[in-house]
Design a protein around this ligand. Structure first.
Ligand code: COA
Length: 299
C-alpha cells in the first residue's frame, strides 16, 4: 500500500463493490482502498487460493469482504456471483472490471484462439459482468432507496491501443473495445438507469502481474528507458486512489471518461535536441530556415 489517503475514510460508507480480478495486483489494491474508505467488497477470480489469501488480508484490515470463484467469460458464473453478492451484502453499487489476460507475443506467433482468449476475458468478460450487474446497479435497483442515484462501473483499460505497441496486438484490440463499450454504456445506461461508466488506463505500475509480464525481469527497462516523463513507474495506490475518486462524491459528474494514470508515459517521445543546444542554436536555425531560398519548383 502507498502513503495515506487524502480522502476521508467514510467516503464509500454503505457502498458495496464487486471487483473482478480483485485477488491480486491492481484489483486487490482497489479492493483494499475501497474497503478502507468504508465499502464492503466482494472479489471475484479463478484461483481459490489467491482469493482466500486476499480475503484474509482484507479482513485483517477490518474490511467486510467475501470471495467468489468464477470466470468472467462464463455468463452463468457472472450471474451467480452478482446474485450471491447482492444476497449476502444487500445491494450492489460499484462494479470494477479488473479481470484481464495478457502475454507478450508476436502477431505471427499468436493463434487466432490466443487472440480470442484475450478478447473473451477482457472485452466479452467486461460486457458479461456489466450485463449481469445492470439490474442491481441501476437507480432503484434491489436494496436501494428509490431517491438514491444509480451505481458505477469502472473498467481497467490500458494505453496499448494509443498508437500501437509491440507484441500486444490482442490486448490492444481488447482494450480499445473496452474503451468503446465504456462510452456506449455511459450514454445508454447513464440516460436510462443513472449508471456512470468510466475506465482507468494505468501506465507502468510496479509490483503487478501486468508489469511482470510486460517488463520482465530478464530484460527489465528502467522508468527512464520506458520514457516516462515523471521518471518513475506508478504505484498500485495511484490507480486505487483514482478509483476512489471516481466512486466517491468527487466523481459524481464523471461519465464516459477513460482516466489515464501513467505519469504521462504514453506521450513520451525522444528529445530531438538538448535544451542547451536549443538555446545555443535555436535562433540560428530559425534564421537559416527564413533566409534559405526555396527552389522555385517548391514555391
Ligand atoms: N503466447 C502465445 N499464445 C499463448 C500464450 C503465449 N504466451 N499463452 C496462451 N496462448 C494461447 C494458447 O496457445 C491458446 O491458443 P491455442 O489453443 O491456439 O494453442 C490460447 O492462448 C488459450 O490458452 P489457455 O492457456 O488455454 O488460456 P487460459 O484461459 O487458461 O489462460 C491466459 C488465459 C492465456 C490469458 C493466461 O495468461 C491467464 O489466465 N492470465 C490471467 C492473468 C493475467 O494475464 N494477468 C495479467 C493482467 S495484465
Amino acid at each position: 500500500m502507498g502513503e495515506g489517503s487524502p480522502f476521508k475514510d467514510t467516503v464509500l460508507k454503505g457502498k458495496v463493490a464487486l471487483i473482478t480480478g480483485g485477488g491480486s495486483g491492481i484489483g486487490l489494491e482497489i479492493s483494499t482502498q475501497f474497503g478502507l474508505h468504508g465499502a464492503s467488497v466482494a472479489i471475484m477470480g479463478r484461483r481459490r487460493h489467491v482469493l482466500d489469501e486476499a480475503v484474509a488480508s482484507l479482513q485483517s484490515l477490518g474490511i467486510q469482504a467475501m470471495a467468489l470463484e468464477g470466470d468472467v467469460r462464463k455468463k452463468e458464473d457472472a450471474r451467480r456471483v452478482v446474485e450471491t453478492v447482492v444476497n449476502a451484502m444487500g445491494r450492489l453499487d460499484i462494479l470494477v472490471n479488473g479481470a484481464a489476460g495478457n502475454f507478450l507475443v508476436a502477431p505471427e506467433d499468436l493463434s487466432p484462439n490466443g487472440f480470442k482468449t484475450v478478447m473473451d476475458i477482457d472485452t466479452l468478460g467486461t460486457f458479461t459482468m456489466c450485463h449481469a450487474a445492470v439490474e442491481y446497479l441501476k437507480k432503484g435497483g434491489k436494496g436501494k432507496d428509490p431517491a438514491e442515484i444509480g451505481g458505477l462501473i469502472i473498467s481497467i483499460s490500458a494505453l496499448l491501443h494509443y498508437g500501437a505497441n509491440w507484441y500486444q496486438i490482442h490486448v490492444a484490440a481488447a482494450k480499445a473495445a473496452v474503451d468503446s463499450l465504456t462510452r456506449s454504456l455511459a450514454l445508454e445506461w447513464g440516460t436510462d438507469y443513472n449508471i456512470r461508466c468510466n475506465a482507468i488506463a494505468p501506465g507502468p505500475i510496479a509490483d503487478t502481474p501486468g508489469m511482470d509480464k510486460l517488463n520482465p525481469k530478464e530484460s527489465e527497462l528502467s522508468a527512464e528507458q520506458l520514457g516516462i516523463p515523471l521518471r518513475r513507474v506508478g504505484e498500485k495506490w495511484d490507480i486505487a486512489m483514482s478509483a476512489v475518486y471516481l466512486a466517491a462524491e468527487t466523481g459524481k459528474y464523471v461519465n464516459g471518461h477513460v482516466l489515464v494514470v501513467d505519469g504521462g508515459s504514453w506521450l513520451a517521445k525522444p528529445r530531438p535536441i538538448s535544451k542547451g543546444q536549443l538555446r545555443q542554436f535555436g535562433r540560428a536555425i530559425e534564421q537559416r530556415s527564413r533566409t534559405t531560398k526555396l527552389p522555385s519548383s517548391k514555391l
